[in-house]
Design a protein around this ligand. Structure first.
Ligand code: ADP
Ligand code: MG
Length: 768
């Protein structure tokens, strides 16, 4: 418990993981270290994060433990305090980089990958103080550029393959005995590195690993004289490992592709000459030149020039936006038309796209309930199969006097059935594909748990203002009662001067257009969900909802009726009043967004009910909800919205869509809180999901993607468990042997991964 609070969140890149059992191994081994808590490992993102109390276990010890298990590990820019990262970006990141610089000696790209399978020497515990095998900084592109046959696993496949072929040649042309020795040699050479890993895991307290099952099965087969099959099994296992690695690399590449959208270099102008620099070294405040047709190298603000900017790489929105001086631009966007000069506002590691990548990567470790269930299941599954194998080996020979060799052979084949690789990769592979598929369209889902919840919910609650409506109401009617129209506007504008509420902005715009100067007001105070109060000309005055005005005794029945009439047209009416005296009514209209009708229609077609939640009055809400074809709940104070959401959560879950800023409590209360809006910091960090394109239709797309993902997961679990069940039976009956058993596992793993990769091409925008 204490480690959770005192520890520092640390971050690494781990290479050499192909399936979730690798992740489980690392998690188990690290959790045993003192001062380590909340270990999270992402196979696809190759991330390891944990809370570390460095006074009890140094970082180096963590790295050594991971290396001992046969994986490559490299620091990911040292202590990261993600939540604070953009409050104090410079200080934090500087410290991080510095640390990485000291700690990590000469980086060697090869070592990180090679450590995994290069047997004893490389895996020997290295004294952390003495540099040990160098490790590379952050994600190493060189590693991933390696072709399969250049990796140590690939070499193992080729090596054991050649040995196997040679042994078969000997069998064909030479003597049986000689061939037998050749098979034994092929098996022993092939199984040695696997056995070393199994042993390392055993010493870390993890007896049941795939490597252990493999080693026992192969060595056991040698003892019962099935050398040829043992060699074949070892070879097929190595092939499977390589295939799994290739599949995992594919999923990784799709996430990494996001990072490639940001140009590597930037052009800086200095004394009328231009100079090309590494985009990663850009500093806040520097001025960069972006020519038409090229990508913007950093998050920044336009200093000079006006041009169409295509932000699709970041937000998924492909309509170019015209941007001019003062407008913010994202790194990775394409400058379509004219030369722009841009002032850098964020460093490379802090820009929007790298934050999106971090979120997608982190999301992989936020595991779905299904995934946790499968992890627990596979933890029982492996020992159970081992137990069953033992029984199969001894019971029939002892009870019926059957042949020992036959039953030991079947038991060994059962051990291979016990490899749960296909099963444990089935969920994370689908989720990783879904996450990157969504990210390409600006649909950010923070993890499997979010996907699972989004797939299940059949109700979506929307905040009205800014989500279903444009969020920019305009004044339509000004009705003066106890003052002239100009006085009315001057007082209202004065009271609203400090407010950022959309209604306040509408009133201020109207006053400005009518050249009415706001009267000075003091002590303005928001009455959340009701209105604003301030002192104007020495007396208190209000702008509020008609309901509040009538409660205060300032609006009579006639005034209420006039307000009601306008509200039935879908307008929002506010009353400007002094103590007991209505000065007038101002009506505003916030148009429904064009995509809202379509979005709500799509949701309905999918069997999802949409509900509008608003603080606005019931008549206005009914008018707009009617236009959009959805249910509504009106006159809600912010706490009523939260209660409304809680009630819906209790009866079966709800997705809440809001702007992520003033709806935060309601978003947090929902099963899935979705922030709509392009890339505001708060929305990105706090909500469970974010829709960067700002389209209501993307809510439907998100649900569609979530459902497709859960469907894909179900297929994967069925494939892997189904194949296991079939081969479990055929193995016990003696119909299939050792090499079929291992082929079934690697085959299922590859099948499941390929099936998951289909999600990368899934288009959630398509209906049906
Ligand atoms: P919504 O749910 O549409 O965002 P709010 O909870 O923000 O609505 O506000 C509810 C009602 O309170 C508004 O319809 C309006 O009548 C009144 N109100 C809130 N803030 C203001 C303001 N700054 N000026 C005038 N009226 C306001
Ligand atoms: Mg609001």
């Amino acid at each position: 418990m204490d480690a959770n609070e005192t520890g520092e969140r640390c971050d690494w890149t781990v290479t050499g993981m192909d399936c979730a059992s690798c992740a489980a191994k690392i998690t188990t081994a690290l959790n045993r270290l003192p001062g380590v808590a909340d270990v999270q490992v992402g196979v696809i993102s190759e991330r390891l994060t944990l809370n570390l109390d460095a006074s009890r276990t140094p970082r180096e010890a963590v790295e050594a433990a991971v290396k001992k298990l046969g994986f490559g590990i490299a620091s990911k820019g040292s202590p990261v305090a993600r939540k604070k990262a953009f409050v104090v970006p410079e200080a934090e990141n500087d410290a991080g980089d510095d640390h990485a610089g000291h700690d990590h000696g000469p980086a060697s790209a090869a070592t990180a990958a090679a450590t995994h399978s290069t047997a004893p020497k490389a895996n020997a515990p290295s004294d952390p103080g003495h540099g040990g095998p160098g490790h590379s900084h952050a994600t190493d592109p060189k590693d991933h550029d390696k072709r399969w046959f250049q990796t140590s696993k690939g070499k193992l496949v080729i090596g054991t393959g050649i040995l196997l072929a040679a042994a078969w040649a000997v069998k064909l042309f030479g003597s049986e005995t000689l061939a037998n020795y050749a098979f034994i040699a092929a098996c022993v050479i092939g199984v040695a590195p696997v056995a070393v890993h199994a042993f390392a895991a055993l010493r870390a307290g993890i007896p049941f690993t795939i490597e252990a099952l493999m080693s026992i099965a192969a060595i056991g087969a040698l003892f019962i004289g099935a050398a040829e099959e043992a060699a074949l099994v070892v070879f097929l296992f190595a092939v499977g490992e390589v295939l799994e690695g290739v599949a995992a690399d594919k999923a990784r590449a799709s996430i990494r592709a996001l990072a490639d959208l940001v140009p590597k270099t930037a052009i800086i102008e200095q004394n009328s000459t231009t100079r090309e620099v590494d985009a990663a070294t850009l500093e806040i405040g520097q001025r960069v030149l972006v020519r038409p047709g090229s990508r913007i190298p950093a998050d920044g603000e336009i200093a000079e020039g006006t041009s169409g900017v295509d932000e699709s790489p970041v937000t998924g929105e492909s309509m170019p936006k015209t941007k001019g001086p003062g407008d913010a631009v994202f790194a990775g966007s394409i400058n379509a038309e004219a030369v722009l000069r841009i002032t850098v506002t964020k460093t490379a590691e802090d820009n929007t796209i790298s934050r999106i990548i971090t979120l997608v990567e982190e999301a992989e470790t936020a595991r779905a309930p299904t995934e946790r269930f499968i992890d627990r299941f596979s933890r029982i599954y492996m020992p159970a199969i081992v137990g069953l194998a033992v029984l199969v080996a001894i019971i029939p020979p002892l009870t019926t006097g059957a042949d020992w060799d036959t039953w030991i052979y079947r038991a060994l084949a059962l051990l291979l059935i016990g490899c749960p690789c296909a099963l444990v990769i089935s969920v994370p592979a689908s989720i990783a594909s879904a996450l990157s598929s969504g990210a390409k369209r600006g649909i950010l889902l923070k993890g499997g748990a979010v996907i699972e919840a989004a797939a299940r919910t059949t109700r979506v609650a929307f905040d009205k203002t800014g989500t279903l409506t444009v969020g920019r109401p305009a004044v339509t009617d000004v009705i003066a009662l106890g003052a002239t129209e100009a006085e009315l506007l001057a007082i209202a504008a004065g009271i609203e001067t400090g407010s950022s509420h959309p209604l306040a902005e509408a009133i201020l715009r109207r006053a400005e257009e009518g050249k009415v100067a706001p009267l000075p007001a003091t002590g303005a105070k928001a009455l959340i969900g009701k209105g604003v109060e301030a002192m104007v000309g020495g007396v208190p005055a209000w702008v509020s909802s008609p309901r509040y005005a009538s409660e205060m005794g300032a609006l009579d029945g006639l005034g209420m009726r006039r307000a009601a009439e306008m509200e039935e047209d879908g307008k929002t009416v506010v009353v400007v009043f002094r103590e007991k005296l209505a000065l007038g009514l101002i009506a505003m209209r916030d148009e429904p967004r064009a995509d809202a009708i379509e979005g709500v229609r799509q949701l309905k077609a999918m069997g999802v009910t949409s509900v509008m939640l608003t603080g606005d009055n019931a008549r206005t809400a009914a008018a707009i909800a009617g236009l959009l074809g959805m249910e509504h709940r009106a006159e809600l104070l912010p706490e009523d919205k939260v209660n409304e959401i809680k009630t819906m959560v209790a009866v079966g879950g709800v997705i809440m869509v809001g702007d992520g800023i003033n709806d935060a409590p309601a978003l947090a209360a929902a099963s899935v809180g979705v922030a709509m809006g392009s890339g505001t910091d708060v929305a990105l960090e706090t909500a469970a999901a974010a829709l960067l394109r700002n389209r209501v239709t993307d809510v439907a797309a998100m649900v569609r993607l979530a459902r497709a993902t859960m469907g894909n997961i179900r297929q994967n679990v069925t494939i892997s468990l189904g194949l296991k069940a079939v081969f479990l039976v055929t193995t016990i009956l003696g119909m299939t042997g050792l090499w079929i058993a291992i082929l079934a596992d690697t085959g299922a793993t590859v099948l499941v991964t390929l099936n998951a990769l289909r999600l990368l091409r899934f288009n959630p925008e398509r209906e049906g």
